[in-house]
Design a protein around this ligand. Sequence first.
Ligand code: SF4
Ligand code: SF4
Length: 468
Amino acid sequence: MERVSADQPVSIPLIPFSAKDRPSTDIINTCVHCGLCLSSCPTYRETGLEMSSPRGRIYLMKAVDEGRIGLESEVFQEQMSQCLNCRACEAVCPSGVQYGAILEASRAQIEQARAAGKIPARPGVPSEVPDNPALPPRPLWQRALRGAVFGGLFKHMGLFRAFTGSMVLYQKSGAQWIARKSGILKLLGLAETETMLPALSGKMIAPRGQIFPAEGQRRYSVALVTGCIMSTAFAEVHEATIRVLQKNGVEVILPPGQGCCGALHTHGGDLDGGRELARINIAAFEGLGVDAIIINAAGCGGTLKEYGHLLHDDPAWHERAVAFSKKVRDIHEFLAGIELNRAALGRLEISVTYQEPCHLAHAQRISAQPRALLKAIPGLELREMHESALCCGSAGIYNVTQPEMAARLGARKVTNALATGAAVIATGNPGCALQLAGELRRRGKDVQVRYIVELLDESYRRGPAPAA
Ligand code: SF4
Ligand code: SF4
């Protein structure tokens, strides 16, 4: 038997991309390394490191693709995690690199390798996967959060609503006050995350096939995606959305059987979880004969419009997914595309700055429409902020997985917003709304964060001033 001496280097095979959900070599090779995307990348802007830029990350993907490094590379894993998936790089890339697709596939590769116990470790570091030398385990609370998000919570809306109900109780019973004062949240490493929890009213919207008739003559019929967080923590935004659509002669249907869009899953490397949810939603919205499927959350909209890509390998669902995605319209896109009922808008004498959700501005390239709607409100003064389209650091569960970078970007965004002196920061995505409100609370600033549809709703509810 051959003896191996202790100081003889042992060659550990690199872990390659596996066939399932492999990042496309063609897309990776579309990058010509011109660097034109660097200045649009929030993590590059914050760190100045090539490695933390889109080009640097594509280099890392290419290195795994060509077998020069493996999935176990700490740099690779860290950079795939540190990326916000904001897709600002994709929007400015002259070569048309579909960055979001290769990032999500790379994350899926990491999660598959972790789940299969393949990722080997640095010596002496405990394994996350039993019986397998591996990377340091993720902190307990991160594992609990990932388990909740990618496990059952977001897949069963009944469970999700029950969970939200327990959070309402936590806030209203005084348990939140005790938890904050006692220091237990700090001890559990949850103090920062907990500040993001919005004040919950307890109002929830469960889609059961309700039909809200158009006001006046019916011009369109649409179906509303109620989602998970939007239907629980932001139910009032859904109510505002419905009223604004009705005011514009639009009938609104809330189809039963729908659920979470799967954005958190697809962005976080659980592509199969995202597919499961996509199939549920496609089935729920099929055959309604509506003019459009409306979504009022930017992150969800980006995902709903890409169901065709998500299910491209599924012959039974691909065509149905493409047909679904074709009908999806972001609320701002829809309202700006029809003749807006301007005559019924009332005056709102407020100053507003607009922070662009990444998945609206970059993933869906919707930038002018939200501004056009704000400008349509009589009396409203729109004050543009510096770096409106630079990610605020929310990015799904990013402020839990990358709290330091999330805090830096949140602070940067709020500083830019406050510099305008506006009384309201308008946005169109729950993650952004929570991130901005959390940072404003930390600074003790009395600036409101509102959805654009809420402002439109308020304007409609005031109604036009009576003629003199
Ligand atoms: S992603 Fe696009 S913009 Fe960025 S370096 Fe590659 S080709 Fe250039
Ligand atoms: S998705 Fe955003 S954070 Fe990630 S590389 Fe592109 S610009 Fe940078």
